[in-house]
Structures are given as C-alpha cells and as structure tokens.
Ligand binder design. Structure first.
Ligand code: FAD
Length: 503
C-alpha cells in the first residue's frame, strides 16, 4: 500500500490530522485550482494570500523531507489522477474539509484509489463534541457555549469560577471613539513585505483572465506560519491590553483599530486557536493586563469562532438558502465599486475592503450587513459578496456570520434578535456621519440618511414577524410613536431609493 496526502488550501498546519497520520517520507500534493476560484469574483489579496501561503507551506514540507508535488491546474481531478499514477498511490488521505461544498467536491472525485478522511483537528471542539453539547439543548446560546468552553479548557478560571467574578465583560468594551480621550490612539497594524514567492503570486493574480475584486497591492499580509506567529505576538505586545474598550468603534482612516487581524491565519491553519488563547492567557497572568481586554479577546476565539463552526456543522445544506424575511432586492452595484457609494459610512468600509480585504467585526456587522438587512437585500446575494470580499471568508464562517448573525435569515437559530440599527448607532460608534452628505438625524426628506428610513421601514414591514422576537418589543413601541403620514413617507422613500439605486 502506498499512502499519499492531499493538503487542502485551508489546512496548512504540519500537525493537521492527515499529515499527522503519516511519516515525512510520504508523497504530498497541494493544488492551486483555477476552476475553484471562478465561483465568484474573489478579492485579489485573498487569492494572493491563499496561493502564497500554500506555496510557502509546500516549501516547508519539502524541507521537512516530504515528497511534495505542487500543481497549478484548471481543476483538482486531473492533477490528482496524474499524481496517484506517478506514485502508485493506493490510499489517499485527506483531512475532512471544513466547508460542505468542498466535502461534496471530494465525494464526487473519480480516482483510482481509496480515499480516507480524517477528522478535522483545526478547531478546539471536534464536530462530534459540539453536537454532543448542542443536541440535547432546548435553547442554543453562544454565552452558554462560551462558559462551557472556558470550563472545559480551564481558561481564566479560579477555583472553577471566572476570574474577576464575571464571565463576560462585554459592557466594558463598547466605548465610542472620542479622539480627545488620552487613551484613544489606535496602533499601527503589523505589516509584512512580500518576498519573491509572494511577488510571483501577485504577478499571477494580476494577470488572471477571470473576474476578481479589490486591489492586489499593497499586499501586507503574512503568508507563513512564522509570519502568522509574528502577527500574533505583535498583537499581544502592542494591542491586547487595549483591545477591549474600543472594540466596537469605527474611525475614518483607522482600518484596524485594536483588532488582532489573525482571522486569515487561523482560518487556513497557520495559527491554532488553542495556542492563540493560551498565549493570550499566559500574557494576562505575566503582565496583569486589563481583564476586559483579555476576556473580550478570548471570548471571540473560544466562544464566537468555535460556536459559529459548531452551528455550521449542526445545520444542513438548506441553511444556505434560508431567507426568513423573504428579502429579494438585488445587491447594489456600489458594493463592488466603493467610489459609487454616497453614504460615507458605506463608502469608508467598502473602500477599506477594496484596499485591504479586511474590515473589523462592527464594520461588517453594523455597517455593511445591517444596511443590507434593513434595505431588504437578498441574503444570498450579500453572503456571496462577503465571501468574495474578505480574506478570511469561507463557507462555514459565511453561513453563520452573514446569513445567521448578520441577516437573521435563519429566523433566530443563531442570533436572539436581528442586528439592525438606524444612523443613531453609526453616529455614536463612528465619525463617519461627520463627513457625510446625509443628515443622520433626519428620518425623511431629501437629506435623510437611508439608514433611518430603511430602519423604520424594516420594522414596519416585518412588524408581525418581529413581534415574536421578545427582544424587539421595546423597539416596536417606538415604531408605534411615528404618525401614519410620516410612516407613509418612509415607505415611499425606501421604495424610491431602490428604484434610483443610488446610495
Ligand atoms: P478580532 O476582533 O481581533 O477577533 C479575534 C478573533 O476572533 C478573530 O480573528 C476571529 O478568528 C475570531 N472571531 C471573532 N468573532 C468571530 C465570529 N463571529 N466568527 C468567527 N470568528 C470570530 N470571520 C471570519 O473569520 N471570516 C469571515 O469571513 C467573517 N465574515 C463575517 C461577516 C459578518 C457579516 C460578520 C458579522 C462577522 C464576520 N466574521 C468573519 C467574524 C469577525 O468579524 C471576524 O472574525 C473578525 O472581524 C476578524 O478580524 P480580527 O482577526 O481582527 O478579529
């Protein structure tokens, strides 16, 4: 029997389950497929990041002694067949892909050897462990899962209780950005200079004859395990202590604030979630860092990230088609062309996305996704855009974050209420409204911010459905205070906006 391992593009870790099952003399293949990237117009930096990370990882494996084949091909089946024949491979080992579409692709392959799948070990909770936790429950809540994760991993605990007495310090992490505050000085992100291998990939991506999105350069992402660790260490050194307070704040010209920028690395295996959390916890003990920052960060990784993946595992293919509100508006063109966006908040976040393939959580949730939801954009259309636009986007994290959390398309499986707001929130948590031609205070009229008329229109249109969501009753009472005439104008402005399709 000759064993071979196929390493998928988001499994770039030498201890991933399929590689860990063999010796270093095993044939290994990695494939850059052009077919796979034509599903949607991906951000150029996403392609550069993935392909360069794969090439660097292949080089690392080769140095470790593996017989590595690296193919650039139109599809996966052709190079796999040739490689299987060349090495007389009788058993192909693959770590279970995180994304369902890729699992389907593997089961559709016609190869002349046995395929053996290994459980994916790039998350802290295995799929089976999550299902064991989730299935007996009447109510699924991230907070319950997070506490269970803390206990299971013994993170930030003292005698089985949370250090500091509280499990969740989120209320301390919602400071609005006030530049006059002495502590408000966002740090610089850790940048990496592309080496010759990355330069070659940049050249390839620039020359592609297929639709892409965003700008290839400046390309500042790390592409190796060592660079990913450097990025993590830089975060721990310079931003972890102040990660918490301004976690939700947005400021023009500050693309990254205090965020870690490690999601691209975690999602392809260049960093491992448990190691990240342990390094952060250790630093907390060594340096007595503020608990709200440390707890806030750890909750993102062992709470939200693991929970999102768990919910993805729990749901079926039809989750991707959910559309609880029945929204059918097409995605406005400016999502693909930031310069055409008129609302300053959208313009800033979209422009940043084009330049960097990154936006932080609140920009994604409360600007881009919030707008799409209240404007009634089709959830699958906005999901497709997020999937194309962000460097860290994969099916598992799209379905849960965009469809579940962002669009409430699953009717509340994931979120306890829709994440919607008017311009009031945008103005409080950012400086975007200051540079905008719309009036963030106006609900109707020529200069009314679309966030306002769409917000009230959304509540009005979906009043019956929203009534069943307990946490919405207070907001619906405010809707009742708007007189009929104004409500009619709000409806009309929302309709007109779509017809003119100007933002
Ligand atoms: P930080 O703010 O520094 O947080 C630390 C880490 O926590 C992140 O690196 C990430 O790994 C993890 N994390 C935090 N929240 C989540 C979450 N909800 N789901 C998964 N991981 C989480 N995350 C992605 O990894 N890929 C995506 O494509 C993606 N798309 C999103 C789309 C929408 C509409 C929303 C609301 C959220 C999305 N997220 C996505 C979650 C989150 O916004 C990003 O993980 C985060 O912004 C990445 O930046 P960071 O590394 O600087 O994160």
């Amino acid at each position: 029997m000759t064993i071979g391992v196929w390493v998928l593009g988001d499994q770039l870790w030498e201890n991933q389950a399929a590689l860990a099952s063999v010796g270093t003399d095993t044939p290994v293949i990695l494939i850059e497929s052009l077919h796979h990237i034509q599903v949607r117009p991906y951000h150029q930096q996403k392609l550069i990041f993935l392909w360069s990370a794969m090439r660097h990882f292949a080089q690392d494996l080769e140095r470790a002694g593996y017989a590595v084949t690296y193919d650039e091909a139109a599809d996966f089946q052709t190079p796999l067949k040739a490689w299987i024949q060349a090495y007389n491979i009788t058993e192909l080992r693959i770590m279970q892909p995180t994304d369902r579409p890729f699992a389907r692709l593997i089961s559709g392959l016609r190869l002349d050897c046995k395929i053996v799948l290994f459980d994916n070990n790039q998350f802290i909770w295995t799929a089976a462990e999550f299902l064991d936790w989730a299935q007996p429950r009447k109510r699924m809540r991230m907070e319950d899962f997070y506490r269970e994760s803390r206990k299971r991993l013994d993170i930030l605990l003292e005698d089985g209780q949370p250090i500091g007495g509280q499990w969740n310090l989120d209320p301390e992490n919602r400071k609005p950005p006030k530049k006059k505050n002495a502590d408000f000085q966002p740090p610089r992100r850790q940048d990496f200079v592309p080496d010759a291998m990355t330069q070659a990939v940049i050249k390839k991506v620039r020359a592609l004859d297929i639709a892409t999105y965003g700008k290839a350069e400046p390309f500042q992402w790390g592409v190796t395990c060592a660079e990913a660790e450097e990025a993590l260490n830089a975060f721990i050194e310079t931003r972890l202590d102040t990660f918490g307070p301004y976690q939700d704040a947005m400021v023009t010209g500050e693309d990254t604030m205090w965020h870690s920028l490690i999601s691209p690395y975690l999602n392809v295996g260049l960093l491992q979630p448990l190691a990240v959390v342990q390094a952060v916890e250790q630093t907390y003990h060594d340096r007595d860092l503020p608990l709200n920052s440390v707890e806030g960060f750890i909750r993102q990784v062992i709470g939200w990230r693991e929970y999102m993946r768990g919910v993805y595992v729990m749901t079926d293919d039809d989750y991707a088609e959910q559309n609880w509100f029945g929204h059918q508006q097409p995605l406005p063109d400016f999502f693909w062309n930031a310069k055409n966006a008129k609302m300053n908040c959208l313009k800033q976040c979209l422009d940043q996305t084009e330049r960097t393939a990154y936006a932080h959580h609140i920009q994604r949730l409360m600007i881009l996704s919030n707008f799409a939801l209240i404007a009634g954009i089709n959830p699958q259309a906005i999901e497709n855009w997020f999937h194309a636009a962000y460097i860290d986007a994969y099916d598992w994290v799209m379905q849960t974050n965009v469809l579940g959390m962002g669009q409430f398309a699953d009717g509340g499986l994931l979120a306890s209420k829709p994440y919607v707001s008017s311009a009031n929130y945008v103005n409080k948590m950012s400086d975007y409204c200051k540079g905008c031609e719309y009036n963030h205070k106006a609900r109707i009229g020529d200069d009314a911010c679309p966030f306002n008329f769409f917000y009230w229109n959304f509540l009005d249109r979906h009043r019956a459905k929203l009534k069943s969501q307990g946490r919405m009753s207070f907001i619906l009472k405010n809707l009742d205070k708007i007189d009929r005439e104004e409500l009619a104008t709000i409806r009309q402005q929302a309709q007109d906006w779509h017809q003119s399709s100007i933002a």
